[in-house]
Design a protein around this ligand. Structure first.
Ligand code: NAD
Length: 244
């Protein structure tokens, strides 16, 4: 695997503000498939990006609910991997730290990260598709179940393509990003906006931009350092170097 840039370790030691943005790639080593990888087995006939839309839910709520049920079980059975654990350690090693995630799996929190900004919601929560309120108790017989308050279908509390982000989440992420001296983009294809715009805000405000991803992305040419390896390999080595 590529060597860690020495300037990155120095910059992290000196930085007053560090922001980490993560995507599905950080959970890949926990066995939670990225959308691309999810096109296997039972669900091979479907394009996940086409199941993650309000239109898909309106067209076939049972299909979408069951697909999310399958993903929810995958997430519940998964454990945080060395990449998640290293990010939680990083929060304790640097001064001011913000973790922004596009993931909906809650694995960062289970690894010990605090105050995570979840841009795309959380698959373990369920909400009313009409009232938008989180619902905890509901009868599970139907797919999807119905809202105990208004009878509308329930849905996962995640942001689907074409929907607004949770109020305040993007603003908080953007504020932290504008103050960042080091910005790490980890395991994201950098294709889904507005999250993909955050690294560019960081660059405009003078941050050192570092990408960790085995593959090239549209962000790669703009990064100060692009480390082409998996999060689970690179991040623990970064923590080891910082702890020396
Ligand atoms: P993406 O699937 O578009 O891209 C994943 C990226 O991770 C790719 O660029 C890939 O090269 C990289 N990658 C794969 N394995 C990696 C590893 N071990 N270490 C580092 N990088 C690795 O995911 P995205 O950019 O997050 O955007 C897709 C959308 O789908 C997001 O909105 C997200 O909410 C949602 N999603 C979430 C989850 C989850 O919560 N785990 C899973 C799938 C999709």
């Amino acid at each position: 695997m590529p060597a860690l840039p020495p300037r990155l370790v120095d910059a992290l030691r000196a930085a007053d503000n560090t922001v980490v943005l993560t995507g599905a790639g950080v959970s890949a080593e926990s066995g939670v498939p990225t959308f691309r990888e999810a096109q296997t087995g039972l669900w091979a006939r479907f394009d996940p990006q086409e199941l993650a839309t309000p239109e898909a839910f309106a067209r076939d709520p049972e299909l979408v609910w069951n697909w999310y049920g399958w993903r929810r079980r995958l997430v519940a059975d998964a454990s945080p991997n060395p990449g998640h654990l290293a990010i939680a350690r990083l929060q304790r090693l640097v001064s001011d730290f913000t973790l922004v995630t596009q993931n909906v799996d809650g694995l960062h929190q289970r690894a010990g990260s605090r105050d995570v900004i979840e841009l795309h919601g959380n698959i373990l929560r369920t909400k009313c598709s009409v009232e938008d309120a989180v619902v905890e108790d509901y009868a599970e017989e139907e797919s999807p179940p119905v809202c105990p308050s208004c009878g509308a279908p329930l849905r996962p509390d995640v942001v689907w393509f074409g929907e607004m982000l949770p109020p305040g989440a993007l603003e908080a992420a953007s504020e932290a990003t504008r103050g960042a001296e080091v910005f790490l983009s980890v395991g994201t294809s950098s294709l889904v906006y507005p999250a993909a715009g955050l690294p560019f805000e960081a660059i405009e405000n003078g941050a050192m931009l570092v990408e960790i991803n085995p593959d090239e992305t549209p962000l790669t040419p703009h990064a100060d350092y692009s480390i082409r390896a998996s999060a689970g390999e690179v991040l623990p080595r970064l923590i080891a170097a910082l702890s020396q």
